[in-house]
Design a protein around this ligand. Structure first.
Ligand SMILES: Cc1ncc(C[n+]2csc(CCOP(=O)(O)OP(=O)(O)O)c2C)c(N)n1
Length: 552
């Protein structure tokens, strides 16, 4: 059966299980929009900025563990979307970005809005594929989805010359290729891991990566920790992988965690890194473990062999599916040496002590008051989305995440992911609370995707920390160039009115006392809400004030 290339492309996406695409339209892929017009299988979500569309795809991938799909136009559209490609690479998230391109006969002439995407994305994407021949659409789409998902997930770019999309072809659809999976670790390997663990006095299980984020992965982590008396420290923005109230919980490896905690973790005589790529944030700048030769024995369990031994001299490398290794370990419980109980307490006690939020003595409002109210009111399976910035620190420190929660944010630290990812999460799980923390800086980067939330009925609850500052950078500025404030101050709109103008509900919180009522009202509202939280810049992070940074 002969059909238009664009129709074949859409059928191929459906065959790969894609049911939603995010886009900003462009004349360079009009034929695909026309094909999507008739698709019952795929919903098109039209966004306000290509970074929003890209971040929605990243957010969708984060909450489904399936590839997110974006369509953007050439040049300006693709350059706007590039931030999401970067984050998909940094965060190891499967994403396929389709870009309309100039007609084939114009390629290479520096035509209107033309870009060489192979060059542009060479340090970000896992692959860039240009489809010159409509007959090869099924093959290239299958390759793109496989590449995006295995072995380490990431972004793949597919370039679609606009005239190719109008060609006729009778090539049949190809479904997904079987995903190559690493074999489970052998009984011998599991036995020797158990043996090493049993002999360690101060082992530390460092858990992260996408595979452990599945419900089964989380259960396996808990079971292995309990079977082997292992304290668990989670990597950056993976705080939902292990119950934060469990006595084995040792905290998370975010930015600006107290030095005392890092020093305690460093006392470990064995680090078992599972699922994580041991990136800069996780390893506290390659100090935990210390690169290139750790001070303690390092076991690294990952399903991608290229991730093991990259920065670290690793004594035991296990190339296997991380949840399956943990499940197998859980079936071979060990006794711990007598010192272990004290070690577990040493790591857990400070976390417990820091978790409960206490109203600050100066009475100033910060995001802690919102977190305290959410701790009482958020649903057991609420999804927490956070943009990048210091405001998220209160959530990291004071909210007791369980393995039913989901935490979504950019490990790679991109501002602007918050609102789009929250919209994507709310569309994917319309029955769950989606609670979104945002700064006033990030709010005006991609906050206009609130329009997309209203358009598609995504009931996102956004809490904006409004401190009239790019606060995180102000903090660094105060530390490096005391008192020389420049380029970090902001003048904001009234965010409650701003929200109302989109058709969302707008609320304002000015005092600690107002926080519980506003949280209750926001959660009860059947639609998107923005709460403008007028936070004190003095409380620049959960651990510091501007005065303390200035040495007062
Ligand atoms: C896209 C992008 N641009 C710039 C930065 C650098 N940066 C990190 S945090 C931050 C300030 C965030 O300000 P805001 O959203 O108001 O939150 P706050 O730090 O005040 O809590 C900036 C500019 C970044 N991470 N991402």
């Amino acid at each position: 059966m002969s059909r238009r290339a664009a129709d074949l492309l859409v059928d191929c996406l459906a065959a790969h299980g894609i049911d939603r695409v995010f886009c900003v339209p462009g004349e360079s892929y009009l034929a695909v929009l026309d094909a999507l017009h008739d698709s019952n299988a795929i919903q098109t979500i039209v966004c306000r900025h290509e970074s929003g569309a890209g971040f929605m795809a990243v957010g969708d991938a984060k909450v489904t563990a399936r590839p997110g799909v974006v369509f953007v136009s050439r040049g300006p559209g693709a350059t706007n979307a590039s931030i999401a490609v970067h984050i998909a690479e940094q965060d190891a998230v499967p994403m396929v970005l389709f870009i309309g391109q100039v007609p084939r006969a114009e390629i290479g002439r520096k035509s209107f809005q033309e870009v060489d995407y192979g060059k542009m994305f060479s340090d970000m994407a896992k692959g860039v594929h240009v489809i010159h021949d409509a007959a090869r659409i099924p093959e290239v789409v299958a390759r793109a989805f496989k590449e995006a998902q295995t072995p380490t997930p990431g972004p793949v770019v597919v370039v679609l010359p606009e005239d190719m999309l109008e060609d006729e072809t009778n090539t049949p659809v190809i479904g997904p290729v079987a995903s190559p999976r690493t074999a489970p670790a052998s009984a011998k390997v599991i036995g020797s891991l158990a043996n090493v663990i049993a002999n360690a006095k101060r082992p530390l299980l460092m858990a992260g990566g996408m595979h452990l984020g599945t419900p089964g992965g989380r259960r396996a982590l808990l079971a292995a920790s309990e079977a082997h008396h292992l304290p668990v420290v989670l990597t950056f923005k993976r705080q939902d992988y292990f119950p934060n109230t469990h006595p084995h919980y040792a905290g998370h490896l975010g930015f600006k965690i107290p030095k005392a905690s890092v020093d305690r973790y460093a006392e470990a005589d064995l680090i078992i890194a599972v699922g994580t790529r041991l990136t800069e944030a996780t390893t506290q700048g390659y100090t935990l473990p210390e690169a290139p030769v750790p001070r303690q024995m390092l076991i690294h369990i990952h399903d991608d062999p290229s991730q093991i031994g990259r920065n670290y001299h690793t004594e035991i490398a296990v190339v296997a599916d991380p949840p399956s290794v943990l499940r197998a370990l859980a079936e071979k419980p060990t006794e711990a040496p007598p010192e272990r109980a004290a070690w577990i307490r040493k790591l857990n006690d400070p976390v417990v002590a820091a978790m409960a939020w206490k109203a600050p003595a100066d009475g100033l409002l910060d995001m802690g008051a919102i977190v305290a109210a959410l701790t009482k009111r958020a649903a057991k399976d609420a999804i927490f989305v956070m943009d990048a910035g210091n405001f998220s620190g209160w959530l990291h420190r004071h909210f007791p995440f369980s393995i039913e929660h989901l935490m979504v944010g950019a490990v790679g630290g991109a501002m602007g992911i918050g609102m789009p990812a929250a919209v994507a999460a709310a569309l994917r799980y319309p029955g769950r609370q989606v609670i979104h923390f945002l700064g006033d800086g990030g709010a005006l980067m991609t906050g206009s995707e609130l329009a997309t939330a209203v358009q598609y009925g995504a009931k996102v609850k956004t809490f904006i920390s409004n401190n009239n500052s790019y606060g995180t950078i102000r903090m660094h500025q105060e530390a490096a160039y005391k008192g020389r404030v420049h380029g970090t101050e902001l003048k904001n709109p009234d965010f409650a009115k701003w929200a109302e103008s989109f058709g969302a509900k707008g609320l304002t919180v000015r005092t600690i006392e107002e926080a519980p009522g506003a949280v209750a009202e926001a959660l009860a509202h059947d639609g998107p809400v923005v709460v403008d939280v007028i936070t004190a810049l003095e409380h620049i992070s959960p651990a510091a004030t501007i005065s303390s940074l200035r040495g007062r």
